[in-house]
Design a protein around this ligand. Structure first.
Ligand code: NAP
Length: 254
């Protein structure tokens, strides 16, 4: 069995808010140094300061995952501070909600650029560190809409479904290098994104309560639910789990 590095270093994208923030906090509690990448560097810095205040190691970097150059520069800063990166969580994402016939090519391209191509860039730029270490963990945060499809979200669901295919292909290609690659498709997690959707009436007139009534476990998910699954997937014990879709959705998709 390949030994994992003594000091693990993670990058979590989109970690100033919601699910990514929950994941960054959890990985720091697990003893992993975390680079928080986000468009909102002020919020990311305040999240990193809180993690440091709680005894963890964290730094914030302003990165738009649609920009390969910004990712490259951000990764370099994390390496200079903490060392080679052996854990990557691709969480940054943007949703879209529009009738298919009204989705503009620009809007299609934007969602693909952030959700799918951003994940491609991050994986391609971090994998050399993992190959060198002979150990690595990648977790891609996709969406439960990839199980079910979702009307008015064809661009979003297509980008997230691409992340699932990318996950499976990388798992096969890099398994022999000691690297696992899995995806967590969250379903109905209470985050700022979900609250924005509620505000736009996307859960129906009953709002979040209506969505909860369609959720077998009878509550909305929390960022901590995704973080717990992610914590397992990046652990040493998860070395035999790769190429998998680990749904965390309260039973909404089975
Ligand atoms: P959120 O609360 O909106 O957090 C997303 C974070 O990503 C925000 O801090 C956002 O920054 C950042 N971000 C957006 N675009 C970025 C970019 N181009 N580069 C860097 N950072 C960027 O959303 P969430 O609900 O936690 O969602 C996290 C992930 O889970 C997303 O990929 C989402 O698609 C997926 N997901 C969520 C749910 C759910 O129920 N919440 C369900 C399925 C999938 P700004 O706020 O500055 O834009």
């Amino acid at each position: 069995m390949v030994e994992s590095p003594d000091e693990k270093v993670a990058v979590v994208t989109g970690s100033a808010s919601g699910i990514g923030l929950g994941i960054a906090q959890r990985l720091a509690l697990d003893g992993i140094a975390v680079g928080l990448f986000d468009l909102d560097v002020v919020a990311a810095e305040s999240a990193a300061a809180k993690i440091r205040g709680d005894g963890g190691a964290a730094m914030a970097v302003g990165v738009d995952v649609a920009s390969r150059d910004q990712i490259d520069a951000g990764l370099q800063r994390v390496r200079e501070t903490f060392g080679p990166i052996t854990v990557l969580v691709n969480n940054a994402g943007k949703e879209g909600f529009r009738r298919f016939l009204d989705i503009s090519p620009a809007s299609w391209n934007e969602l693909i650029a952030i959700n799918l191509t951003g994940t491609f860039h991050c994986c391609q730029l971090v994998l050399p560190d993992m190959i060198e270490a002979g150990w690595g963990r990648i977790v891609n945060i996709s969406s439960s809409s990839t199980h079910s499809g979702q009307p008015y979200m064809a661009h979003y669901v297509s980008s997230k479904s691409g992340m699932v295919g990318l996950t499976k292909s990388l798992a096969l290609e890099f398994g022999p290098a000691g690297i696992t690659v899995n995806t967590i498709p969250p379903g109905f997690i209470d985050t700022p994104m979900t609250r924005r959707n509620e505000g736009k009436g996307r859960f129906g007139p009953g709002g979040i309560d209506e969505a909860i009534s369609r959720t077998p476990v009878g509550r909305a998910g929390r960022p901590e639910d995704i973080a717990a699954a992610c914590s397992f997937l990046v652990s040493d014990e998860a070395g035999y789990v790769t190429g998998q879709i680990i749904g965390v959705n309260g039973g909404r998709n089975t």
